[in-house]
Write a protein that binds this ligand. Sequence first.
Ligand SMILES: Cc1cc2nc3c(=O)[nH]c(=O)nc-3n(C[C@H](O)[C@H](O)[C@H](O)COP(=O)(O)O)c2cc1C
Length: 185
Amino acid sequence: MYLHKIKIGNVEINNNIFLAPMAGITDVPFRVLCKEQGAGLVYTEMVSSKGMFYNDKKTKKLLEIDNSERPVAVQIFGSDPKIMGEIAKEVSNYADIIDINMGCPVPKVVKNNEGSRLLLDLPLIDEITKEVVKNSKVPVTIKIRKGWDKEHIVAVEVAKIAEKNGVSAITVHGRTRDEFFSRRC
Ligand SMILES: Cc1cc2nc3c(=O)[nH]c(=O)nc-3n(C[C@H](O)[C@H](O)[C@H](O)COP(=O)(O)O)c2cc1C
């Protein structure tokens, strides 16, 4: 395997093996173990910007970080650009990178216009990325799917918007929202 150092914005990362964000899985102990085993960058579970905004205790717990896991990317999700910006300002006081979730397919997220639902609203992606980048003191990245369904493959358009707004890196989950987790990439 070809290992190399990588830089996202001003964050130097030892190697190009990243632990993907996984809700219910990538908590502090899991991330620390992966770091010990050599992961270059680890991601938190996705964290609701609204949950943080309204001071939800369970949401706050998802934001715990152990210094041994740095650099760590905190993944936030939401659909309100102003709330996302506010939360980015706060999270960037302790995260090394802020990642925006634009790929979660689950109905309870999608019905709030969050996660992968953003892929059907490119102007909203424009606003959210602008607000988050403007308010964050650390590099901002996004994680998308290639599109909503095979009629709406938008990865390239989203990448152009992200680049224009100063997003530092993009991760693409090579499935559409329609494909959830099962169809081959
Ligand atoms: C249990 C589980 C939870 C996940 N949670 C998140 C998440 O919180 N945020 C996110 O961006 N992706 C999440 N994903 C997607 C993964 O990060 C990854 O993009 C996806 O599983 C594709 O990789 P694979 O084909 O190796 O499974 C999750 C995946 C799984 C299986």
